[in-house]
Design a protein around this ligand. Structure first.
Ligand code: HAM
Length: 447
């Protein structure tokens, strides 16, 4: 047993798993570029107030799942459980209101929720988060939901559908909440004892519950659509016109209310057909027209979504296990060449030559163990390298021997020509290319 293990609810992404991970990050980044959502990064922690005021003090995410950091210098901070509140804080702080509206933003990074870890639910997980701030919709609502589903199409996750609802706004939701409270009070005997306080504090959380007793009761609960004001009704029907025109696969789900309190009007979650449990939402999003003002800015509408990267990886694995089509994961490219040495001890020459080739832009390994040439060559073949560059006595005359490990031939090459010679070999054999994702310039390495 190792002395230390990764903390509960966290996981290491090992090198063999990384390509599948990086592929999704690449697709997210490329889609953001095509749709005009500019990448940005906010801190992994914020003042706790940002989450309390933004997400809502009585949401599970704040009440139970916030990783609060030890207070130093009087600042109460917490690890971010989601990205939207921090991005809205940045929108206000950096005066993005004066930029062309809506401001379209995208971010990918780790989020932290102190939840009970289980399959698909982690304490540290990653989200691709997309926001459009400064436009009341409804067209932008459809642009975002279409983008959200486009991600699954390009990632190769089959049969994903969105459940969509409108959860009303400041004008009509209070009436709905009152009706819900009345309903739960009348049926309080059927509300689990531990949840009863929520009748007063946050009845939407009861409606959102996956507990069997509440699921049954919720079938009889009043429906939000009966309470929509004219503006919300019109907004939702215009969103649907746009979604239909874009042929977005969705179904209206009137019980969908989302777990964060900042939502108004359009809200959605995406699921694979047949996998619709609590841990199965691949993404969630919606409109938050009151959030900018709640965090101290001028009233400004906003909307966005976040995809759970780990959940998408799980969905792809399940799809593969079920025998369905699953995308090929890029194989990490083998090195073009391994630099080996005739002198078992001469690691200096190997490392120096590797440095020069790497500086010329080539992917080469250097064999750094002081071992016999034959063993070094075996290692180079095991690495899957195309060439072994042998640093021997010829180096005094400015030459090295290059062995083509695939063709089984070898020749002497002048050091001044070596980079070009290897490059030509790379172009001929497209070593590992094709499967190698071209990283768009805006994409940071996934953390
Ligand atoms: P959310 O529904 O809380 O929304 O999270 C979005 C997605 O993150 C979920 O659908 C799920 O795939 C993933 N996720 C959430 N919690 C966990 C967890 N503990 N372990 C693994 N994956 C998880 C938001 O976070 C909103 N900020 C989305 C948004 C952006 N709304 C507007 N803009």
């Amino acid at each position: 047993m190792p002395t230390f293990k990764a903390p509960r609810g966290t996981h290491d992404v090992l090198p063999d798993e990384h390509p599948a991970w990086a592929r999704l990050a690449w697709i997210a980044d490329d889609l953001a570029r095509r749709y005009g959502y500019r990448p940005m990064t906010t801190p992994s922690f914020e003042l706790s107030d940002v989450f309390e005021r933004g997400i809502g003090e009585t949401s599970d995410v704040v009440e139970k799942e916030l990783f609060r950091l030890e207070t130093r210098g009087g600042e109460e901070t917490a690890l971010r459980p989601e990205a939207t509140a921090g991005i809205v804080r940045a929108y206000i702080e950096h005066g993005m209101r004066t930029w062309a509206q809506p401001v379209r933003l995208s971010t990918l990074g780790p989020m932290f929720r102190y939840d009970r870890p289980q399959a698909g639910r982690y304490r540290q997980f990653h989200q691709w988060n997309v926001e459009a701030i400064g436009h009341p919709g409804p067209a932008v609502d459809a642009e975002l939901l279409e983008l959200n589903l486009r991600f699954y199409a390009e990632a190769g996750v089959a049969d994903v559908r969105a459940k969509v609802n409108s959860i009303g706004d400041g004008a009509c939701r209070p009436g709905y909440l009152e009706a819900l409270r009345d309903f739960y009070r009348r049926n309080s005997g059927r509300v689990p004892a531990g949840d009863r306080r929520r009748i007063a504090t946050n009845p939407l959380r009861l409606l959102d519950s996956k507990e069997d007793a509440l699921v049954a009761l919720n079938r009889e609960a009043p429906r939000i659509s009966q309470f929509w004001c004219d503006a919300c009704r019109e907004h939702f029907s215009a969103v649907r016109v746009h979604l239909d025109a874009l042929e977005v696969p969705y179904a209206v789900e009137e019980r969908l209310v989302r777990g964060l309190d900042y939502y108004t009007r359009t809200a959605w979650e995406c699921y694979r057909t047949g996998a619709e449990g609590q841990q199965d939402a691949l993404s969630g999003g919606g409109r938050y027209d009151l959030l900018v003002a709640a965090l101290g800015g001028q009233p400004t509408p906003g909307i966005g979504f976040a995809v759970g990267i780990e959940r998408v990886l799980i969905a792809l694995e399940e799809q593969r296990a079920e025998g369905g089509e699953a995308p090929e994961v890029p194989v990490p490219p083998a090195p073009l060449a391994v630099i080996v040495g005739a002198g078992a001890q001469d690691t200096v020459s190997r490392l120096r030559l590797a440095r020069d080739l790497r500086a010329a832009g080539l992917a080469v390994h250097a064999e750094l163990a002081p071992r016999k040439l034959a063993r070094q060559l075996e290692g180079a073949a095991r690495d899957g390298a195309h060439f072994a560059v042998i640093v021997g006595d010829e180096v005094a005359a400015g030459n090295v021997v290059v062995r083509d490990l695939e063709a089984g031939s070898q020749r002497t090459v002048a050091l001044v020509d070596l980079a070009r010679f290897l490059e030509r070999g790379e172009a001929r054999h497209r070593h590992g290319a094709g499967s190698r994702p071209e990283r768009p310039p805006s994409m940071p390495a996934p953390s």
